[in-house]
Design a protein around this ligand. Structure first.
Ligand code: IPE
Ligand code: IPE
Ligand code: MG
Length: 246
């Protein structure tokens, strides 16, 4: 794969965010974790608009991990309810703004009603081109890779694919992110410094910016700061300093 650093690399066209800290935000206010997640959805609404206005083309938001199933049943149900409501209540607004919505992650464990809603939001917004919003829900990077391996193996077994043809590009076409550019910048809020199984294949060469701000408080200014930090960095992709290559 050839990747080169150029001026256009100075702006993060695709930003992926690990939205963390809803629980701590709520706790600090003596509120329930659910309240924190509800405020988190408000932050999602703001950031989708802000990102679009700042010139970002593609935004991927981590909203429920395959590991989040281990939380109390009531919290899991609440998080499911919030996504269900978001893709229902915001569908018209997102569509009117030219946002194409995709849901990344496993469909296993989602009920029929949820599957219908997720398919619907993807289908209705399919031809929109102004902005790409990807919601990673019931998503785990390891799970995604295993599902991709399985799908490729099935194609080989069916005689549709040749093992020798497998390379990085072909493999990537089996991931949930097929047709989506690789993230340039990953932001994690709430002061945690880990990937938590998010886009582990896709972030191989992403830049990381960590913010201490808890997700419900994450603002347009915070996003602008992260973009500025990104723009001041030099991406090398294994090559030498740009000045030495020229
Ligand atoms: C992020 O907030 C949302 C999800 C992981 C679903 P958390 O719920 O992880 O909040 P903290 O980390 O407990 O503060
Ligand atoms: C990562 O946050 C998952 C999402 C933001 C959806 P977590 O709060 O679940 O991550 P850990 O458990 O602190 O690593
Ligand atoms: Mg957390």
């Amino acid at each position: 794969m050839t990747m080169s650093a150029s001026l256009s690399d100075n702006f993060p066209n695709h930003i992926a965010i690990i939205m963390d800290g809803n629980g701590r935000w709520a706790k600090a206010r003596n509120k329930s974790r659910l309240f924190g997640h509800q405020e988190g959805v408000k932050a999602v609404r703001r950031i989708v608009e802000d990102a679009s206005e700042l010139g970002v083309k593609c935004l991927t938001l981590y909203s429920f991990s395959t590991e989040n199933w281990s939380r109390p049943k009531a919290e899991v149900a609440a998080l499911f309810g919030l996504l269900r409501r978001y893709v229902t209540d915001d569908l018209d607004t997102l569509n009117a703004r030219g946002v194409r919505v995709r849901i990344l992650g496993s469909r296993v464990g989602l009920n029929r009603e949820m599957l219908r809603l997720l398919d619907n939001v993807e289908k209705v917004t399919e031809t929109n081109t102004k902005f790409m919003l990807n919601i990673a829900f019931n998503y785990g990077g390891r799970d995604e890779i295993v599902r991709a391996v399985r799908a490729f193996a099935q194609d080989v077994q069916a005689g549709d694919k040749d093992i020798d043809a497998l390379d990085e590009n072909l493999f990537a076409s089996y991931l949930d992110t097929k047709d989506i550019p690789m993230p340039d910048l990953v932001i994690r809020t709430s002061g945690e410094h880990r990937i938590s199984n998010f886009l582990i294949w896709q972030t191989a060469y992403a830049e990381f910016v960590f913010s201490p701000v808890l997700w419900p408080d994450y603002s347009r200014e915070d996003l602008q700061d992260a973009i500025n930090i990104f723009s001041g960095r030099e991406r090398r992709f294994g090559n030498l300093d740009a000045k030495e290559v020229a």
